[in-house]
Ligand binder design. Sequence first.
Ligand code: P6P
Length: 338
Amino acid sequence: VAEHALDRDCTTLSRHVLQQLQSYSPEAQDLSAIMNRISLAAKLISRRLTRAGLVEGALGFTGEVNVQGESVKKMDIYANDVFISVFKQSGLVCRLASEEMEETYYIPENCPLGRYTLLYDPIDGSSNVDINLNVGSIFSIRQQQGNDVDGEAKDLLQSGHQQLAAGYVLYGPSTVLVYSIGRGVHAFTLDPSLGEFILSHEKIRIPEHGPIYSVNEGNFWQWEESIRNYIRYVHRHEGYTARYGGALVGDIHRILMQGGVFLYPGTVKKPEGKLRLLYESAPLAFLMAQAGGRASTGKQEILDVVPDKIHARTPLFIGSQEDVALVESFIQERVEEM
Ligand code: P6P
């Protein structure tokens, strides 16, 4: 019998947050309201993505180049603006740090009261939009510390342990929102007929080991030799399989659900790698740790890294405990060459 969300006691996201915190403290209320705004942004983006091929101005490029030096897709701008507008109305968040904006964006009317900062990648993997493959949004919530009088948002240059909440939205065959406020990892599936995210996976735990390694092997000859040795190891040993979608959120969700490891190593030319720390690797590391996994730069825990600038990059090795440890053993040359 087809089970419909209304047929069971469906738990919405904002209610789940309050259940998680088992309290109605001001901070609990704030986090619940913030997660509600995130879910509104996700619904608006999901709706536009499902009609991208039909709506004028949703596909293709704007002709501009963003702070990352990447050509800006129309969807990047739309999604970035959606987050700004839903949080402007929220009253809670006074600063937004986005992959799409060089400078931190201030919402002055929220600043005296709203002591939270949203760090986000509004649409990650946007090159997939034009070919109807999955894309994602990644978000992280921090408390503002101090008064940021110089507008430099220096208090954001702290380790990932400062995160109050983090998660992502995977716009795939269904739209799934995965989040944690430090009490486990939980997933909600959007029921478009209700316009609600309904709890679909509670207390997600990543397996200690998994068969998947996820990396762009096209960069093989740009890596350090130790990474090539890890790849040679998984090529030679039974039980490994390669899966790489080229869009971070989908690749990470597969690892979270099935186990294994996602790698975005630095190269000889760019040792810091491609992925950003504050609004990509740190929120994903927060989630993975909450699910019993790990995230490393190869030399230290991602959550311990203190960035020197908002758009700092970092190498990323993330997933099952055993698989991340194996990669690290090659990086630290603790494994004789096979
Ligand atoms: P490469 C997409 O452009 C992105 O930022 C992430 O979503 C993805 O994991 C990575 O870059 C893919 O990079 O070098 O493999 O194409």
